[in-house]
Design a protein around this ligand. Structure first.
Ligand code: G6P
Ligand code: MG
Length: 212
């Protein structure tokens, strides 16, 4: 039985795609690197430095590791400014109903996100301190598809991985959940991932009964 649900943040609880896109785009334009929404799609669930590596495939210039850190930092500074505009209105459809019902039924809820900005985003959308546990990019060594962030979230809610359901919008996140021995509900971009245990367009299209 499922005793905890671990939610990815970006693309599951709140859509930050556009903020990531605009921030990477500003940096890429300044550097003269081709970057578009199709490339942005490949950054879903991928860590900041791994995202930069994907973007730099299109660069003619070779960047040293110090320069790469500067590019990622510059993008993050733009991103931090953009996410200041997020509010509870940016919470995705169905999310609050599902979270409220899980809480009412005594099912633990946790965040398992690759983002180091996860605490700021949760605060801005009014969900700071709402989850029983949070595991994010600040707490892990290995990004999705490694299961580390989900295993840490499971440990923090005190529920064994097989009793945790992961909710993910990224293929790398679906792979991570399964690698951790957890069933996975794929939503958004991952709603068509055939390896996901369950699939739904978004959280308004599935019930808690179907999830458990
Ligand atoms: C999430 C997003 C990715 C992002 C990653 C790291 O997984 O889906 O697109 O690259 O977080 O985000 P950060 O806020 O730490 O740069
Ligand atoms: Mg995501």
């Amino acid at each position: 039985s499922i005793n905890a649900v671990i939610f990815d943040l970006d693309g599951v609880i709140v859509s930050t795609d556009d903020c990531h896109y605009r921030a990477w785009k500003m940096m890429a334009d300044e550097e003269g690197i081709e970057f578009n929404r199709e490339i942005n799609e490949r950054l879903r669930g991928v860590s900041r430095m791994e995202s930069l590596a994907i973007i730099l495939v299109k660069s003619e210039k070779e960047y040293s590791s110090e320069e790469q850190v500067e590019l990622a930092t510059r993008k993050n500074n733009y991103y931090v400014d953009l996410i200041k505009e997020l509010s509870p209105a940016d919470i995705l459809p169905g999310v609050m109903d599902i979270l409220t019902e899980l809480k009412a039924r005594g099912i633990k809820i946790a965040i398992g996100s690759s983002s180091r900005n996860s605490p700021a985003i949760l605060k801005n959308i009014g969900l700071g301190g709402y989850f029983d546990a949070e595991a994010d990019g600040n707490h892990i060594q290995n990004s999705k598809p490694d299961p580390e962030v989900f295993l840490l979230a499971a440990e923090r809610v005190g529920v064994s991985p097989v009793e945790c359901l992961v909710v993910e919008d990224a293929d790398a996140g679906v792979e991570a959940g399964l690698a951790g021995g957890m069933p996975v509900l794929g939503v958004g971009a991952a709603s068509v991932n055939p390896t996901a245990t369950l699939q739904a367009d978004d959280l308004s299209k599935i019930t808690v009964d179907q999830m458990l």
